[in-house]
Design a protein around this ligand. Structure first.
Ligand SMILES: Cc1ncc(COP(=O)(O)O)c(C=O)c1O
Length: 393
């Protein structure tokens, strides 16, 4: 019993009444694209394992091999004695693939965004308050980084670069370094930012461009290494994760050598955290070997997503601006999302309901995420289950 339990319970009851209470439900992986939950095997359309790499033998083997050779933990933070040769090797491999001077590993995508943004918005570095332009649908970790830095976000309408340009022009006379912070693929809508246009905007307004590639890394762009490459060298910082299409865990920042060296000296989330362990680095290294070879899987993934969107549109289901492997089915009300999710589970499909505050009120949805590990038959099963469950008798 804790002192605050009555308040916690009150809060949870309020969430119950609004259909927005969440809980943790253990699952057991049953091979790529499937999980067991509550004694039943379900087709899993809710994971971010877009290439099926989480269970790939090469990742599993290298994670085990590096653990046996290097131990279970890194034993210290990067700046103390936690930088193993393995960190440097993975960072060099990543920078080569991203086509940047340098790369830096972080313990998670959340931690990278939450810690890197405050380091960049540092008044001592910039000499004035940063002017930070952010997409309204940016991920919670990007908001957290801005909040931790104490900056006021200047929010532009989702993916509306005309609006962004207007906001930049309105503040043209004000002092302070401009930052544009956005995602290349939006996690809940599955749509893409126009990276070449963003890069041109950043160039015109002398702004630093920060691109979160969490859902593009492994899936889109040349050799699957994300959309930052389309920015013609004008993306100042690309962050991404190893926790989604790359099948493992951890995150990265890719950019100039000076940027990475600065973060090593100024970024609290890197300085004051224990370095990633050898198992995680082994999985990262194997994923980086595999990803450039998976063009056929990426093409198939996008073709499956196209079929799913067409099927949803045929049923009158809105899919927001999806043009990637993430295909939302917008239900609007929270209880409708929960009810659809339950009906799909009865039909052997895991499609998790996403509700506020993860998405704006009135836009609750089932977020379907496809994986190259899904078979054509899996996709057919999903499409007919949704057709059956969407308008319950
Ligand atoms: C856009 C975006 N950025 C960052 C993150 C955080 O990454 P991680 O799960 O590696 O902490 C996520 C994960 O949900 C995300 O969707």
């Amino acid at each position: 019993m804790s002192l605050l339990d009555p308040l916690f319970r009150q809060h949870l009851d309020r969430l119950d009444r609004r259909h927005t209470r969440r809980s943790l439900l253990p699952v057991h992986p049953e091979g790529a694209g499937r999980i067991r939950r509550g004694g039943r095997t379900l087709l899993n359309f809710s994971s971010n394992d877009y290439l099926g790499l989480a269970s790939h033998p090469l990742l599993v083997e290298r994670a085990g091999d590096w653990t046996r050779r290097w131990g279970a933990g890194a034993t210290a933070s990067r700046l103390v004695c936690g930088t193993l040769e393995l960190h440097a090797e993975v960072e060099a491999k990543l920078a080569r693939l991203k086509g940047t001077e340098a790369a830096l590993l972080f313990n998670s995508g959340w931690q990278a965004n939450a810690a890197v943004l405050p380091a960049l918005f540092d008044r001592e570095l910039l000499g004035a308050e940063a002017l930070v332009f952010t997409d309204r649908l940016n991920h919670a970790s990007l908001h957290h980084g801005c909040a931790a830095a104490g900056v006021r976000q200047i929010r532009f309408r989702h993916n509306d670069l005309d609006h962004l340009e207007t906001l930049l022009a309105q503040r043209a006379g004000e002092p302070g370094t401009r930052f544009i912070v956005t995602e290349s693929v939006f996690s809940m809508d599955g749509d893409r930012a126009d990276v070449p246009a963003l890069a041109a905007l950043a160039e015109r307004h002398g702004a630093f461009l920060y691109l979160d590639e969490a859902h593009a890394t492994g899936v889109l762009g040349p050799r699957g290494m994300g959309l930052a490459a389309l920015g013609g060298g004008r993306v100042d910082l690309a962050m991404g994760t190893f926790s989604k299409a790359l099948g493992g865990f951890g995150a990265y920042v890719a950019g100039s050598r000076a940027l990475c060296d600065y973060l090593v000296n100024r970024c609290g989330g890197l300085i004051y955290a224990t370095a990633l362990p050898p198992a995680v680095l082994g999985a990262m290294d194997a994923a980086l070997d595999l990803v450039p070879t998976l063009d056929a899987e990426r093409a198939r993934l996008q073709a499956m997503a196209e079929r799913l969107r067409a099927a949803f549109h045929g049923l009158g289901i809105a899919t927001a601006g999806s043009s990637t492997q993430i295909v939302p089915a917008i239900t609007g009300a929270e209880e409708n999302a929960l009810a659809l999710s339950r009906r799909l589970e009865e039909r052997g499909i895991l499609g998790i309901a996403i509700r506020p505050p993860t998405v704006p009120p009135g836009t609750s949805r089932l977020r379907f995420a496809l994986s190259a590990a899904h078979t054509d038959a899996d996709l057919e099963t999903l499409m007919s289950a949704v057709a059956d469950a969407w308008s319950p008798r």
